[in-house]
Design a protein around this ligand. Structure first.
Ligand SMILES: NC(=O)N[C@@H](CC(=O)O)C(=O)O
Length: 420
């Protein structure tokens, strides 16, 4: 295993120093075989994404575990959690083990499968949560993401079930009866465009119900892709009462607004939909404050035919792994410790993922990423490693370039390029 000396690297913005990586760990050895000139580069603990769609098995034309892993490594990630809405659905030990094994074979990031809460994501009957938990994939997070676990009794049962092993139910909060036929955020813009709206209350009502259920059961709830100011208030109150709830926000909900739907370009169609400028402001403040715990990408690759069509027929979702850190940098500025907290340490802690999200101290596994904060990049969809091209940032200039990523001391990205 090659050892590396990162010359003049800044740990989270601190005074530059040399950092040695040897035998897969941060080392106190004085030198190494390879020297990387890290002048001007900032080291962050490898990013951890609790919400990624890798599409394999079933839609390998949109993404595979390998292409998604490469996309993640290029984005500075060392671990991603793969959502269960594949085909077949990841609702059995067999499917989660398959995804886990494919991740190991790709070897670019740690791929941790998320199991479905209900059989086939159909919301009728609990999936084999225990079998997935005791499988080789060691599943601890369960989600029907893409669908809401709308039935309150089923949600209660799921929360009760995972309590035994301190598991988490990650909810896609969307009351389906309030979003039938919805195409975009319900508000002034949807009225002007004549598109059916997805009201904020459809998210807020489910979060309010679920924090009460989680409180009643004493279980852990995680709220996926929080998108409204009202949801932030529900979460704030629940956390103040001590409910065991955590929440994520996506980079796109921190930056983009529903005004973009006026272009009728389906690249801006996403679930939950882009909201208003005041929602964006509330989400940013909640992320800084910690009412929203983490940033998660909701990387949702789609094949061209599913995206480049009429708005109403387009699938919702945006790719996000390769632009997440630049978007967050543009929103938060160079608050490195906060970025490490929201994109690495806290997601690792929520998931109980050891070896990731560390302090980069001597002895820690060398899972880290090097960023050049002074670089600017114009996003070119053709350059993405993801198999899909549905980025809302095409042509946008974003700050920060991910120069290198190390997974347990092995580079997965060097000079901004994937190593394999
Ligand atoms: N977030 C999205 O817009 N899309 C997700 C699933 C979903 O939440 O609809 C996808 O799997 O494509």
């Amino acid at each position: 295993m090659t050892s590396y000396l990162l010359r003049g690297v800044s740990l989270l913005g601190a005074t530059p120093r040399d950092l040695v990586i040897a035998d897969g760990r941060i080392s106190d050895k004085p030198d190494a075989e390879e020297i990387i000139d890290a002048d001007g580069l900032v080291a962050l603990p490898g990013l951890v994404d609790l919400h990624t769609h890798l599409r394999e098995p079933g839609r390998e034309d949109a993404e595979t575990v390998e292409t998604g892993s490469r996309s993640a490594a290029l984005g500075g990630y060392t671990a991603v959690f793969a959502m269960a809405n594949t085909s077949p659905v990841a609702d059995t030990a067999g499917v989660v083990e398959q995804v886990w094994r494919l991740g190991r074979e790709a070897g670019l990031v740690d791929v941790q499968p998320i199991g479905a809460v209900t059989v086939g994501l159909a919301g009728k009957q609990l999936a084999e949560l225990g079998a997935m938990a005791t499988s080789a994939a060691n599943v601890r997070i369960f989600s029907d993401d893409g669908h809401c676990v709308a039935d309150p009794r089923l949600m209660r049962r799921a929360l009760e079930y995972v309590k035994a092993f301190d598991g988490i139910i990650a909810q896609h909060a969307e009351e389906p009866r309030l979003t039938e036929g919805a195409q975009m955020h319900e508000g002034e813009v949807s009225t002007r465009l004549g598109l059916t709206g997805w009201p904020a209350v459809a998210e807020e009502a489910i979060i309010a119900r679920d924090v009460l259920l989680a409180e009643h059961v004493g279980s852990r709830l995680h709220v996926c892709h929080v998108s409204t100011a009202g949801s932030v208030e529900v979460l704030r109150q629940a956390k103040a009462r001590g409910v065991r709830v955590t929440a994520e926000v996506t980079p796109h909900h921190l930056l983009l607004t529903d005004e973009l739907a006026a272009s009728y370009d389906p690249v801006y169609k996403v679930n939950p939909p882009l909201r208003t400028a005041s929602d964006v402001e509330a989400l940013r403040a909640a992320l800084v404050e910690g009412v929203i715990d983490i940033v998660a990408t909701d990387h949702a690759p789609h094949a061209v035919e599913d995206k480049e069509c009429e708005w109403a027929y387009a699938r919702p979702g945006m790719v996000g792994l390769e632009t997440a850190l630049p978007v967050v940098l543009s929103v938060l500025g160079e608050q490195w410790d906060l970025i490490a907290e929201r994109m690495s340490r806290t997601p690792a802690r929520i998931a109980g993922l050891t070896g990731h999200g560390t302090g980069l101290a001597v002895g820690d596994p060398a899972n880290l990423t090097l960023v050049d904060p002074s670089a600017r990049r114009v996003v070119d969809p053709a350059e993405l490693a993801s198999r899909s091209r549905n980025t809302p940032y095409a042509g946008t200039t974003l700050p920060g370039r991910i120069v290198a990523t190390f997974l347990r001391g092995e580079p997965t990205v060097l000079d901004g390029k994937a190593v394999k």
